[in-house]
Design a protein around this ligand. Sequence first.
Ligand code: PLP
Length: 381
Amino acid sequence: MIYFDNNATTQIAPEVFEAMKPFLTEFYGNASSAYTFSHNSKNALEDSRAQTAELLGADSSEIFFTSCGTESDNWAILSALEMQNDKDHIVTTRVEHEAIRKLCEKLEKHFKKISWLDVDKNGNIDLQELKSVLKKETAIVSIMLANNETGVLFPVKEIGEIIKEHSDALFHVDGVQAVGKIPINLKATEIDLFSVSGHKFHAPKGIGALYIKRNVQLPAFFTGGGQEKNRRAGTEAIAQIAGFGAAGELAKNFDGHEKIKKLRDKLENTILEKIPHTKLNGDKENRLPNTSNISFLGCEGEAILAHLDRHGVCVSTGSACNSETHEASPGLKAMNVPYSEAMGAVRFSLGKYNTETEVDLVLEILPPIIEKLREISGFSK
Ligand code: PLP
């Protein structure tokens, strides 16, 4: 198996699994219980919070554990509206993950006003447009750091400064795809809320976090027991949380980003050179080091995926198309990628366990697949 779908999810690192094990077996105490046995759980919870804070350049008191990135995103937006109930305006972009996009579409049906920022053909936003839509009714601006489909990075530091200069809106950043792939330092920014998801950086599924800047009184999203300082009720999933902290520490100390980028570049450059009628989607420079989104004209992304799957190669059309409706992904549509190109898009997302041998193998397997699919579709240019 060759796993080139690390933006979808990642393998649990062996070190992470080791960190989780004691809390799946002997230390099953509830972190809220008073007896000594539960101190192991309580300590693991606070150790993980400190590791997560270190990873994000934040303070431990600003880290709140959730179940996933989607929960963190929903919490940020819905509680920001709750705490500013005199405001009804949200600013976001057309290329956000469904966790934000579909929530905002739903809120729009419930009489909230949404400004959807456009992107250019490379997937970048226009900061002048952002400035022009901010108003006193703006409760929150939600803009991702790294795009899940193309890896394109938004300049969230600059965006934060613009927001604070022109409004008193909260600034939420969906950092799910960025954490573990590029360095993060929230202290040096105007970001109020930042979503993280463990399974994108070698922690298990079912654990995420929301960073809430110290001075932001964001109301609870889950109400019940008093966990997470009354901000997120629900008995803490200590094993997942311990894994999250360990993965955070690994990510903080990881020095192989350049190696991943080299592999990604070899894969991408060879495909673009050797296979005719291929095109990169998204800004070539301003993006994550692991992601490559390539359109193969005359082919369906879904068919490429299925053929690669037969060779044990995992890639994604990702959110790149909905197989039931055959619609191009909203992200590629927003970039004005023509329908035929969007339908032939494949996302390759590499990770730390990939090797050059795997890249070379895919470069051998892929060209005959494309040739065959083009023959079937009668594609000629
Ligand atoms: N935000 C982005 C940018 C993502 O890529 C994803 C998942 O792919 C999510 C949010 C949702 O995260 P989770 O799967 O942890 O709910």
